[in-house]
Design a protein around this ligand. Structure first.
Ligand code: NAP
Length: 295
């Protein structure tokens, strides 16, 4: 039995694991994907204190190695269910179970989709949610990005360094992203802003060839990167009755849920600011409280 099991290996989960382990307790992270969560798929992180600019994948690896070198166990599998009786039992996708005295939920969020005709057909054949993974496939070609937040603007800047041209489609004429990053985008000669417009349909043959916008305008592109926000990944805790109707978890100032011994941290928590730095902060708070619970 583990003193603490953390479900999710993004910055919140990795930070929590480091703090639990440093309390000399045995701890495992359950994560079916690569460590680092969304951070690992971010081209460049420029607002994590101590690093003026670092590749998201590098920051993810540093946090992961920090945890592993301390003796955190990494279970590379998805968790499918969590039950609480005297202790917690976490079921894995391979059918195995893991028991724990405390559990920290750090499952984060998953990409929101446009749900337009052609999106499903061209997923992996032009439609992508990860510029850092797929950007190279479009070297020298024209692509579009949709969204008006930090992700859309930052990933457009990253793509502009690889592809021939980036069309950034945003449904309003005001962006939600940091002002500095928007200024940097606007200085790029191979980025064209398409404002007050939305994607209507994706068209192509074997792969994406054209985007039709609601205005009727057509963009000839080989790729579309969707950065229109995220939805909470709360499936694994659906049976615990702690998830609100919109999928987020309410916690107190110690990141405690209403179930004794169960905590939630990072983007899955109902809050206003979702940054790497706030995720790692949640991780520390929950871990130190969970460690007290185990004594
Ligand atoms: P976001 O801030 O939620 O922005 C989503 C964008 O997509 C918005 O501009 C929204 O338009 C647009 N959108 C949503 N649904 C749409 C639809 N169906 N069709 C067209 N457009 C749609 O998402 P994000 O940029 O991924 O950021 C998520 C969180 O992570 C934020 O808290 C962000 O600050 C944080 N983040 C921070 C950094 C950083 O600090 N460097 C980097 C990445 C992400 P409207 O504006 O009209 O609503």
């Amino acid at each position: 039995m583990f003193d603490c099991v953390i479900v999710g290996g993004g910055p919140a989960g990795l930070s929590a694991s480091i703090y639990v382990r440093r309390s000399n307790l045995n701890v495992a992270i359950i994560e079916g994907n690569m460590p680092g969560g969304q951070m690992a798929n971010t081209a460049v992180v420029e607002n994590y204190p101590g690093y003026e600019s670092i590749a998201g994948a590098d920051l993810a690896m540093k946090m992961y190695m920090h945890a592993i070198n301390l003796g955190v166990e990494y279970i590379a599998e998805y968790a499918t269910d969590i039950k609480k009786e005297e202790y917690f039992t976490i079921t894995l996708a391979n059918g195995e179970t893991v028991t724990a005295r405390t559990v920290i939920i750090a499952t984060g969020m998953k990409h929101r989709k446009l749900h337009v005709p052609g999106e499903e057909e061209f997923t992996g054949k032009g439609v992508s949610w990860c510029a850092i993974c797929d950007g190279n496939l479009y070297r020298g070609k024209d692509v579009a990005v949709v969204g008006g937040g930090n992700s859309a603007v930052e990933e457009s800047i990253y793509l502009a360094g690889i592809v021939n041209k980036v069309y950034l489609i945003h449904r309003r004429d005001e962006f939600r992203c940091d002002k500095l990053v928007l200024e940097r985008l606007k200085r790029l000669s191979n980025v064209e802003l398409i404002l007050n417009d939305e994607v209507k349909e994706l068209v192509g043959g074997d792969s994406l060839e054209k985007i039709i916008l609601k205005s009727g305008k057509e963009l000839i592109v080989s790729g579309l990167f969707e950065y229109i926000g995220f939805l909470p990944s709360s499936e694994v805790i659906s049976t615990l009755n702690i998830v609100s109707s919109d999928g987020f978890i309410e916690v107190d100032e110690n990141c405690k849920t209403k179930i004794e011994g169960l905590y939630a941290v990072g983007d899955i928590v109902r809050k206003n600011v979702r940054q790497i730095v706030t995720a790692v902060s949640d991780g520390a708070i929950a871990a130190l409280h969970a460690a007290k619970c185990c004594r």
